[in-house]
Design a protein around this ligand. Structure first.
Ligand code: NAP
Length: 282
């Protein structure tokens, strides 16, 4: 039986710490959130970010732009926010409509306000181990591990997935924590064998319930980054699942994150931490 890593509680603790620091030190912090178009999932994410800001005592500015907004207009808004001294962090909700180049938009954000940690400068800083904003989801995984008392140094860590927002920064962070890191992806051969070596297995592949006990060593720590909507009628009332087949893996793992309530809530908590860092750095 695995110990369940409670992301809901840990993320709440982090938001409370941010709120207390802001209050006690009289810090004024402000996050500008930009959303283009009406993707329902993005709208929910943006609403949750605004609610978290309110909770932590962070002012939030919201820019809801129509689907047909041009790249030029979006860039001009970012430039305006870059030069606004009252704005500490700028977040552009992804994905953007297809006619806008996401890379250009991310690069338009002042690196000192890149609280999502997606810009080349932030990624470069993470790679060479200098100070910068770390992408929120992988940073959240590190907090989950540390606050659950999981030792990372010297451990064999396998990361499944190599995306720019999860897998790659995750690998850099685990290296920084002195783990021995292997990254596997869709072209990796003998993947089960490699995963079975892991003391810490971090799964971010976007494949519902693909990871069964066949991938997991006895006593391994299993972190499930995946999130998928599923039909509650066919899944005992459950609306969400991860990349890990929880029921199958839980009996062999030593620690495991559930979905929902594991990695998911950590992303927004780490965003709040990044906005506080931006405000303090400025
Ligand atoms: P992504 O951009 O689609 O990347 C998926 C990665 O997994 C790719 O590197 C891909 O390999 C690899 N992969 C796919 N199928 C595989 C397989 N069968 N075996 C081994 N590797 C495989 O996804 P992402 O953005 O990193 O997200 C991954 C999951 O995390 C998704 O379920 C997403 O919803 C979730 N997510 C959650 C949060 C959160 O909790 N806040 C945040 C971000 C993402 P190739 O590179 O070879 O294609």
């Amino acid at each position: 039986m695995a110990e369940i890593i409670d992301g809901k509680k840990i993320s709440q603790d982090i938001k409370d710490e941010v709120r207390d620091e802001i209050k006690e030190q009289g810090i004024s912090a402000c996050l500008a959130v930009i959303i283009v178009g009406e993707d329902p999932a993005s709208q929910v994410y943006v609403k949750n970010k605004k609610t978290a800001c309110e909770y932590c005592g962070i002012r939030s500015l919201s820019y809801e732009l129509p689907e047909n907004t041009s790249e030029k207009d979006l860039t001009e808004l970012i430039e305006k926010l870059n030069s606004d001294d009252t704005v500490d962090g700028i977040l552009v909700q992804l994905p953007l409509p297809k006619h806008i180049n996401e890379d250009n938009i991310i690069e338009a954000i002042d690196p000192g306000k890149d609280v999502d940690g997606f810009s080349r400068r932030s990624v470069g800083a993470l790679s060479i181990g200098t100070d910068g904003f770390v992408s929120c989801t992988p940073a959240g995984v590190i907090e989950l591990l540390k606050r659950s008392g999981v030792e990372i140094a010297g451990k064999e860590c396998v990361i499944m997935g190599r995306s720019n927002i999860v897998g790659k920064p995750m690998a850099m962070l685990m290296l920084r924590e002195n783990a021995t890191v292997t990254v596997v992806h869709s072209k990796t051969r003998h993947i089960e064998e490699i995963c079975k070596r892991a003391d810490i297995l971090i799964v971010a592949i976007g494949r519902p319930r693909m990871i069964t006990e066949d991938y997991v060593k006895d006593g391994a720590v299993v972190i499930d980054v995946g999130i998928h909507r599923i039909d509650p009628e066919k899944n005992n009332g459950k609306k969400l699942c991860g990349d890990v087949d929880y029921e199958d893996v839980e009996p062999v793992a030593s620690y495991i994150t559930p979905v929902p309530g594991g990695v998911g809530p950590m992303t927004i908590a780490m965003l709040m931490k990044n906005v506080l860092k931006a405000a303090k750095d400025r």
